[in-house]
Write a protein that binds this ligand. Sequence first.
Ligand code: NAD
Ligand code: AHE
Ligand code: ZN
Length: 375
Amino acid sequence: TQGQVITCKAAVAWEPNKPLVIEDVQVAPPQAGEVRVKVLYTALCHTDAYTWSGKDPEGLFPCVLGHEAAGIVESVGEGVTEVQAGDHVIPCYQAECRECKFCKSGKTNLCGKVRAATGVGVMMNDRKSRFSINGKPIYHFMGTSTFSQYTVVHDVSVAKIDPVAPLEKVCLLGCGVPTGLGAVWNTAKVEPGSIVAVFGLGTVGLAVAEGAKAAGASRIIGIDIDSKKFDRAKNFGVTEFINPKEHEKPIQQVIVDLTDGGVDYSFECIGNVSVMRAALECCHKGWGTSVIVGVAASGQEISTRPFQLVTGRVWKGTAFGGFKSRSQVPTLVDKYLKKEIKVDEYITHNMTLTDINKAFDLMHDGECLRVVLDM
Ligand code: NAD
Ligand code: AHE
Ligand code: ZN
């Protein structure tokens, strides 16, 4: 198949909110600096649902969504040296070129090399898509587009991993789990003994709890409007649970009262701007740090009294938990193989690509964390 167009199945989002359609798509061969990957397993993340909803200013239609996956390199384009056909890989929506201003700064995991193209659904070389249906181009998404049996990604957006790792599990290391762990370890740098608050106990929030437990946090307060989330959350390290619906006072006040003035670190893992405010304001005066992880819709803005920051609270955000993707995803895979981090526990459902619309429906069900699709 090297050098040839591959026709395969992909779930195409033709329009916002309209059911995805399994189509025969043509996937062009990789050009210079590109890699064509046979996607074997993909999970669904709430960011896919967000873009599908039409509220993402970078969402373009028609497109192939999906960004949490694992597969095997089918072929590589000219000049690609770090991966070859047969390598097991995880596509990375956050690239790492090791050459740009961002990569060399030592201050961020963001990479500037291909971001301009991935934000508008095309490849960097010719600013065109490698996906088409009978000649009509279909946009890429986040530089990954894993809801397709084959996808083309930039070589800076693919992490080579240990081939013994089960791809049906480690696909989760493409987004949600690293995001939560890294928010704690890289962005907040939680110290032993810290009091932590986690808003939203989905996959990302539970990974925050897992990361905080590993970092030695003394209390991990989980906040969710769905009380059913608590039992499971205990297994990920949450020590106390608060449902804001069961309190009359604003949730930040409830937390400040429970913690002798506020928490050391808080994490917003929902994407709700009023919760982001509460997460900042439940932090301790003088040092409390709040990390925004959730993605909020176009047009939404955060607010608080500047006095909150004047008096020492810090507001931060994180993308992919601050992990450098190509360098650190393989390390996370190794940590999973050594049983140092959980992955299996976040997978609540297994389905096939043909059931993708049902899989998205399941995401609204409180029991569901990650659905993994067998392609
Ligand atoms: P999820 O839907 O599984 O989890 C969200 C949780 O928040 C649910 O348990 C829900 O009951 C709870 N919730 C909803 N409204 C609430 C409220 N007002 N107060 C308290 N709890 C509330 O989602 P997820 O897959 O874990 O993703 C969480 C967020 O993180 C999403 O916005 C996603 O887009 C974002 N995300 C960001 C990054 C990043 O790199 N920054 C990476 C992955 C995901
Ligand atoms: N296009 C969106 C941006 C969404 C966003 O912030 N994405 C996160 C990853 S979410 C993964 O589930 C991210 O890493 N952002 C950094 C980047 O470079 O995109 C919008 O709202 O505009
Ligand atoms: Zn995601």
